[in-house]
Design a protein around this ligand. Structure first.
Ligand code: NAP
Length: 522
């Protein structure tokens, strides 16, 4: 498929080398016209200890772990509700913004405009950004707790929910939606995912949330309608060779319970070159008495019911011949992923049980109608879009059942019997689980900040660590390849410049080494 080789410890693309050649040229230009200014140990130390010299009266030293929406909104409201805070934001990657950069679909640039707000927050004199620092690995949670008055964990969900059915983890051609989304959005960890769409005619996506819909839309769209976004160049390369004709989006419940939302579904009904297929009988089966109650109670469900019904009666679309189709299939629950005939290591079909709804309005469950009445959908690729999941961090309490950091309104608890851990808070998906849109993090962050402010007024932070030097932190910030906000701004500028040259919103750098190189070129 793609051809890359290791050279001087760095992977270089050959067949899709245009992007890399371009950005190496740009790097050289930076080097010629500017001088390299590495963030020296002395500079970092000076900056780290310089808080007291600022023009405001600082009285609380906070570390925020994670620079996605939860981290930035927490920072925003800390600065607003407790103006004496100084905040150090730690991010595992050199680049910030988490799910805004790596989760939001490339063809939804308007959603990414929050990056401007977040950049304004990062530019506040009370905020410092420390990229390329993995908390729990490069710096221990205990070190952060010692060095700061309070630590807010807002590092999101970097794992997957699984179906736990045969074939899911063994067969090639099966991806989680997180992997697939990370791949097309250029997350370094997943840029080399072995996606090859040239021989793929049918894709089955399990789950009917917005992430599943994003994946379906990216697969269903014409390449000319997506290539000028900030989608990763390697994904453009693979998608432009796509042989995909059918995409199934499979849900175990009905359309009234589906997790996708209006805007995303309306977009699917109007996709150029791609039909949206819905079986009217599925909609009819979905209108149980309890579902009718749900439709009556929730305006969003009423609108969704009307949209899908209208679509089956008169599929509008943009007109013209469709090369592809996306089929929404309701009342089907996967029981196995089956191997392909002739290649037992690759997925060849998805096996489904048929289901129906049972239970009262608001908590209808999918129950199997007949265990022996199975449906097989032959397919060349499966994406499981059944949700993200937070993972445990060394040194931080974690509830392995609900996969969140145990907390009460943002105050982290050691366990149900024990009280809150002094000075340790959480925000976002690690706090509430992987649900909600970017804006949901606003209320969530405000709640956590309220807890912190309350604890300050209750005298919990009596021994302030402001300006204190901590040997553990100094070691990380001086010996580690830390990227500060200036460093990120250089990456941002280069990506935007490359984007302008190639007619894209942005050309993302997709490997950490190159990001680090670029961050240092002043
Ligand atoms: P989600 O909204 O929780 O959807 C998960 C889907 O997986 C549901 O359809 C669920 O069905 C299904 N599912 C879970 N377990 C299953 C199982 N064992 N078998 C079959 N199906 C199963 O998760 P998501 O799509 O990953 O989205 C995460 C959050 O990000 C959501 O709040 C979403 O709205 C948000 N997001 C928003 C946008 C946007 O605004 N454009 C884009 C992307 C993501 P059941 O309901 O039956 O459990």
């Amino acid at each position: 498929m793609r051809d890359f080789k290791k050279r001087k410890g760095r992977r270089k693309y050959r067949s899709t080398g245009v992007f890399f050649v371009e950005h190496i040229v740009a790097l050289k230009m930076f080097k010629r016209f500017g001088h390299r200014s590495r963030l020296t140990a002395a500079t970092v130390c000076r900056r780290a200890g310089n808080v007291a010299g600022r023009s405001f009266s600082a009285d609380l030293r906070v570390a925020v772990v994670g620079s996605g929406p939860a981290g930035f909104y927490t920072t925003k409201y800390l600065l607003k509700d407790h103006p004496g805070s100084t905040v150090d934001i730690f991010e595992a990657l050199p680049v910030p913004f988490g799910l805004v950069r790596y989760g939001v679909a490339p063809d939804h640039p308007e959603v990414k405009s929050v990056q401007k707000d977040f950049s304004n927050i990062a530019s506040d004199e009370r905020v410092r950004y420390w990229g390329n620092v993995k908390v729990g690995e490069d710096v221990a949670v205990s070190t952060l707790r010692d060095a700061y008055d309070c630590v807010v964990f807002a590092h999101g969900a970097d794992g997957d929910r699984f179906l736990n059915i045969p074939g899911e983890k063994e067969l090639a051609g099966v991806y989680t939606s997180r992997e697939f989304v990370n791949w097309y959005n250029g997350l370094p960890e997943h840029r080399d995912l072995d996606v090859d769409l040239s021989g793929v005619k049918t894709v089955a996506i399990v789950g009917q949330g917005n992430v599943a819909i994003d994946c379906a839309r990216i697969l269903g769209k014409r390449i000319e309608d997506i290539k000028s976004t900030d989608i990763a160049e390697h994904a453009v390369d693979i998608l432009s060779k796509s042989a995909v004709e059918n995409v199934y989006v499979i849900g175990r419940r009905g359309h009234v319970q589906a997790a996708f939302t209006m805007k995303e579904m309306r977009e699917l009904t109007q996709l150029a070159g791609c039909d949206l297929i819905i079986d009217e009988a599925d909609l009819e089966n979905g209108r149980t008495d309890a579902s009718k109650e749900e439709i009556k109670q929730f305006r969003a469900k009423k609108r969704m019911d009307a949209l899908l019904q209208k679509h089956v009666e008169s599929p509008k679309g943009p007109g013209g011949e469709a090369e592809r189709s996306i089929s929404l299939r309701f009342f089907r629950s996967p029981t196995a992923m089956l191997p392909r005939e002739g290649n037992l290591k690759h997925v060849g079909a998805l096996q489904l049980e048929k289901t129906k709804l049972e239970g009262p309005a608001g908590s209808q469950r999918a129950v199997v109608t007949d265990k022996d009445d199975l449906e097989i959908i032959p397919c060349d690729m499966v994406i499981t879009g059944v949700g993200y999941q937070s993972t445990a961090m060394e040194g931080l309490p974690f509830d392995h059942d609900s996969c969140v950091v145990p907390n009460a309104r943002g105050r982290v608890h050691e366990g149900s019997a024990k009280g809150p851990l002094a000075g340790v808070y959480c925000s976002g998906w690690v706090k509430r689980g992987p649900s909600g849109i970017i804006g949901t993090n606003i209320m969530d962050a405000r709640e956590t900040v309220r807890a912190i402010v309350q604890d300050i007024s209750d005298g919990l932070f009596s021994e302030l660590k402001l300006g204190a030097s901590h040997p553990g932190m100094d070691a990380v910030l001086t010996t580690h390849n830390v990227v500060d906000w200036d460093g990120y701004s250089r990456i941002d500028q280069l990506e935007m410049d490359l984007g302008e040259k190639s007619g894209k919103d942005r050309v993302k750098l997709v490997d950490v080494e190159t990001m680090l190189e670029v961050s240092k070129v002043a």
